[in-house]
Write a protein of this length. Structure first.
Length: 141
């Protein structure tokens, strides 16, 4: 699995983009609002922005409100990296393989606003923390 990006939890998108600029990161997207319910009615309620430095991509993630997926984590853990996302060819197959190795599903596959509707899922395992999978079949952007 290839690392796609590092998810970085922040309180303020503008302040974070400024701080990451000091580390050589350049924005590759505008701020993306992900507050669209998926088919199961789940909403992430986050602001997202992707930055890049020499091929390393950071995804800034900020909660949109107290019902955001990441609100409690930000209160508890503060700002910092909290997931690594891997690109996979076949999300269902990768999830099945990981579940067989005792990874627990935190968020079932749902279309990601940030990836043009490509499905993403989150899994967690002791020893590794939170992992995101995004389905990006080989040859796609
Ligand atoms: Ni992510």
């Amino acid at each position: 699995m290839k690392v796609d990006h590092i998810g970085y939890l922040v309180k303020d998108m503008d302040r974070a983009a400024e701080a990451f600029a000091e580390l050589g990161f350049v924005p590759v997207t505008d701020v993306i609002r992900d507050d669209v319910p998926d088919s199961a009615g789940n909403v992430r309620n986050v602001l997202l922005r992707f930055l890049e430095n020499a091929g390393t991509v950071v995804e800034l993630v900020a909660p949109l409100g107290e019902d955001s997926d990441v609100f409690n984590r930000l209160q508890t853990c503060g700002e910092g990296p909290y997931h690594i996302c891997y690109a996979v060819d076949d999300l269902a197959a990768s999830m099945e393989a990981m579940r067989a190795k005792k990874w627990r599903v935190l968020r079932r596959p749902s279309p990601a606003v940030a990836f043009g509707g490509a499905p993403v899922a989150f899994l967690v395992k002791k020893g590794a923390g939170i992992v995101e999978l995004v389905e990006k079949p080989a040859g796609t952007a």
